[in-house]
Design a protein around this ligand. Structure first.
Ligand SMILES: [Zn+2]
Length: 76
């Protein structure tokens, strides 16, 4: 059950990155978390946002995600 859920989740991540035009970068491991600098993969990816033409990403760490979302709220 968990394996299926995980597969669905990864496909959604793939679709999102294709939409952002970053799928090749995701596969090549050149995308990094905008907070901690860790390489973003389909399994640790948590959130993405577009800011002045750049795509900012957050990995799955709670600290990163919270900081990432806090930045978002401040910008709005
Ligand atoms: Zn991070």
């Amino acid at each position: 059950m968990e394996e299926i859920f995980r597969a669905v989740y990864c496909e959604e991540v793939a679709d999102l990155f294709k939409m952002l035009g970053l799928f090749d970068d995701l596969m090549q491991g050149t995308l990094v978390c905008s907070i901690c600098g860790s390489v973003i993969t389909a399994t640790n990816f948590r959130a993405a946002t577009r800011k002045s033409g750049d795509i900012l990403l957050s990995c799955g760490r709670e600290d990163c995600y919270n900081q990432f979302m806090a930045q978002e709220l401040r910008e709005e």
